[in-house]
Design a protein around this ligand. Sequence first.
Ligand code: T4K
Length: 389
Amino acid sequence: MADKFEESIYITKPLSPKKDDIFKLWEEVMDSGWFTNMGKQHNLFEKELLEYLKIENISIFNNGTIALIVALKALNLPLGSEVITTPFTFAATPHTISWNGLKPVFADIDLDTMTLSPKAIEKAITLNTSAILPVHVYGFPCDVEAIDKIAKKHNLKVIYDAAHAFTTEIDGRSICDWGNITMLSFHATKLFNSIEGGALVYSDKKFGNKIYELRNFGIKRIETEEDIKQGIKTRDIISDVGINGKMNEFQAAWGRALLNEIKFEQNKLREIANVYVEHLSCMNEIYIPTIPKNISNSYQYFPIIVRQNDKFSRDNLYDELLKNNVYSRKYFYPLCSDFECYKSLPSSNPLNLSVAHKISNNVLCLPFYSNLGIEKAKKICDIVKDIKK
Ligand code: T4K
């Protein structure tokens, strides 16, 4: 029998930059007297992310949720129109739809990828549908090509929630290349973090100005001929109902200092993933979803699916791990469609979401962070095997 852990083992432990690196940058910010409102660190962070992710346009935010709210707003979707999304996600996803005065419509997921099923999307489309909001859950890419075709056929906008998919690529191409706008999250619990933070990535430059304004209270800087005649260079007007979504200089500096460490971290996470696969895949009670070879894994979460029997279930595995001081997480149980605020929607009917219910009732995310190390990962596997005995 493996001994229980003396310390608490959480699902993740946030990654910090090297102290020397971050203190140097923070000192620079303090000395500059410029703490927020699109300062030097902010602008450098955006520039470095463009290069790192091999993308063309990015706007960074104070968190991923506000970024997603702004993405939906920037697309100017008709008030009260329907946005098709997955129930198998974090609360933030459907909440951003509701915050925009739009109606979330839940559609079922695919068994293999756990992401929105293209067939279920087609079935959910009505005359009132304006957009699709799929989630690359755990960094597993949605069927982006099929969703692209559906969106074109029905003239719908696509906003991807890629909160878990930082650096994910399909055949070497950034996951952010699909859809009208993609949201990334840089929350502390994410592989790459700026403590709190997020970003919007878009291919069409015209969104850039709109997003810039919406992120900053709707402030638009204009220059008229009359103003120029009168010697006024620029004037600020409020162009739209904006919000405060700005990332401050301290967090932007944190993100910059961490960016170059991500590849190293992902290599260490790959080793931990290999330990889990080696020790748990032989158990009939556990299925480990795998990412296809043409996809580069973000290594954000390590989900397993429990094949329930009389003696072994997801909930009993969760409870037993807890007794051993291991805090695994039931991401994402319950489904968003079962939340009080959404359960009365017609699309929340469990008959409409049978695959999502099946996955949500049996999924468990194991502790997954580089500092966990190989030995502790092996010990977690031993505890899981002991529970089965
Ligand atoms: N879309 C999707 C699909 C998302 O998953 C999320 C966020 C969003 C959108 C929204 O993006 P943001 O607005 O957050 O940028 C956590 C995160 O707070 C949340 O960002 C994340 N998804 C979600 C899946 O997980 P909780 O409520 O589970 O977090 P919490 O506080 O229980 O933390 C988890 C564990 O991490 C703790 O048990 C211990 C450890 N931890 C956490 C923090 C904050 C630390 O060791 N240190 C820390 O500082 O939501």
